[in-house]
Design a protein around this ligand. Sequence first.
Ligand SMILES: [Fe+2]
Ligand SMILES: [Fe+2]
Length: 146
Amino acid sequence: MLDHHHIPQVDLEFVNHDHQETLVITNRLEELLTGSGPEDQIAAIDGAFFELLNHHHTHFEHENREMERYGFPAYELHLAEHQHLLSGMDKELQHWLRTRDLARARDYVLNVFPHWLMNHLVNMDTVSATYIHRVRHDDLDQAQGF
Ligand SMILES: [Fe+2]
Ligand SMILES: [Fe+2]
């Protein structure tokens, strides 16, 4: 279970907000996959899995846009991690839809994805957010004549 106390907070509010939503969706999906009788929850698992993927499409588009706008130097690197996650998650979802392999879906949702997420937050999102936050404030200072 992802714990919001352990989600690193970054310097951009929309990013923290989106990550909080990631946590809620992931924990719901985890509960569905590990609760009693997941075989009876197939439609709900499908829904939450799609929601997780769609949420990341939207969230990454927003992060990518901001990085591009403010000229974040490691944009390509950060973008590549987003693309890698999306294609991996899409593959897992397709596999789940095809096979209904609960063990594999659990491994992805409980291990693979949280591991990727924590790593990404610490190594990518934190750095990008700090940079964008600083550049935005420099812009503001210049506009105000400081
Ligand atoms: Fe993020
Ligand atoms: Fe990111």
